[in-house]
Design a binder for this molecule. Structure first.
Ligand SMILES: Nc1ncnc2c1ncn2[C@@H]1O[C@H](COP(=O)(O)OP(=O)(O)O)[C@@H](O)[C@H]1O
Ligand SMILES: [Mg+2]
Length: 329
């Protein structure tokens, strides 16, 4: 029997490039910068975009199998005498060997002298080649695969030690239906699906709903997985096909209940793509002035997600208070 103790939001879509990492990062930043919450970001994608954004990684020059081109740095205070359950390059792939993954500190914390924020973002970093190996370790549907990979992330992330410290755990996921995709689904209490409003994306969304339904039928009792909804991303309101696809989705019963309130989207905008460059200041959409239109749009979407994830939760009144007062500060 699996026990679900913590709030775990998985950002999922089988397609690459739709904004999974972006949505995971924006939501983490919104919660930490604007609401002062403690967030643990878990990077299970072998591309490790999220790890690279927040944590310094080490370039690799001599390993042709490592297409991402970097690996996690060594822990600065690693002591082999004491740290027997941790590897010096501690990363999320280690949990599948029965080891501990040490959350890494990022610049998003109250002790950052240059740019303190009220909350915290810590990251369990990925490892490009080791995560790849995890996916290929066992035969499809073998008992070992389910016990050692698919269920393992769930067991780790629902450890009370994380829930006691963090308000929320966010998993950035791999694009394909790999064992790691299944592990993220198993660990999740909530799932959010970013997508681009294009005709060819719609079939993939139906497949995602099917994956969530499958997971619900697997869980017995303790806690179901909630599909909190869709995040229309890279939306260009001047493009008629975008408007048409969104209108279709608001009318279609498969999608309509999962859509945010009309007008709430993440637009295709330089304020969001600028985040790809590490040196850009400010380093978060939510550190731009409150008057910035793109920040406001991003916030509208993040408030919507927060309301869904924390519906009926102790944090719900704080989210409502923020939503109510933000125009006046
Ligand atoms: N709303 C947006 N506006 C501009 N660029 C975006 C937006 N959303 C995502 N991007 C960019 O698109 C690329 C893919 O996004 P990403 O979040 O990495 O997708 P995924 O994780 O699903 O593969 C990244 O370079 C990202 O900066
Ligand atoms: Mg990604």
């Amino acid at each position: 029997m699996l026990h679900y103790r913590n709030e775990v939001l998985a950002v999922m879509n089988q397609k690459g490039g739709v904004g999974k990492s972006t949505t995971a990062e924006l939501f983490a930043e919104f919660m930490a910068v604007n609401l002062g919450k403690k967030v643990l970001l878990v990077d299970t994608d072998m591309q490790c975009n999220t790890s690279e954004r927040y944590v310094e990684m080490t370039p690799v020059v001599d390993d042709p199998t490592n297409e991402a081109g970097f690996v996690p740095t060594l822990l600065p205070d690693f002591d082999p005498e004491v740290d027997t359950h941790i590897r010096p390059d501690s990363n999320i792939a280690d949990i599948f060997d029965g080891l501990v993954c040490e959350p890494r500190e990022t610049a998003f914390n109250p002790d950052n002298e240059d740019d303190p924020i009220p909350g915290i973002i810590d990251v369990m970093v990925g490892h490009p080649t080791k995560l790849e190996q995890v996916n290929g370790r066992y035969a499809d549907n073998s008992v070992e695969l389910v016990e050692n990979i698919v269920n393992r992330l769930q067991e780790v992330l629902h450890d009370p030690q994380y829930g006691d410290f963090y308000d929320l755990i966010i998993i950035d996921t791999a694009p394909t239906r790999t064992p790691l995709f299944r592990a993220a689904m198993r660990a999740a209490t909530h799932v959010v699906i970013p997508f681009e409003p294009e005709q060819k994306s719609l079939q993939g969304l139906l497949a995602m709903y099917g994956a969530v339904r499958n997971e619900r039928s697997y869980r017995n009792g303790d806690r179901d997985v909630q599909l909190v909804g869709l995040v229309p991303n890279k939306v260009r309101s001047v493009v008629s096909s975008h408007r048409e696809v969104l209108a279709y989705m608001y009318a279609d019963p498969h999608h309509s209940g999962l859509m945010p309130p009309k007008g709430i989207v993440l637009p295709l905008t330089a304020e969001i793509s600028a985040r790809d460059f590490k040196k850009v200041k400010p380093d978060s959409l939510f550190k731009l002035p409150r008057s910035n239109k793109q920040r406001q749009k991003g916030e509208d979407m993040m408030i919507h997600i927060a309301r869904k994830v924390f519906a009926g939760h102790a944090l719900s009144p704080e989210i409502e208070a923020y939503a109510k007062n933000r125009g006046r500060k």
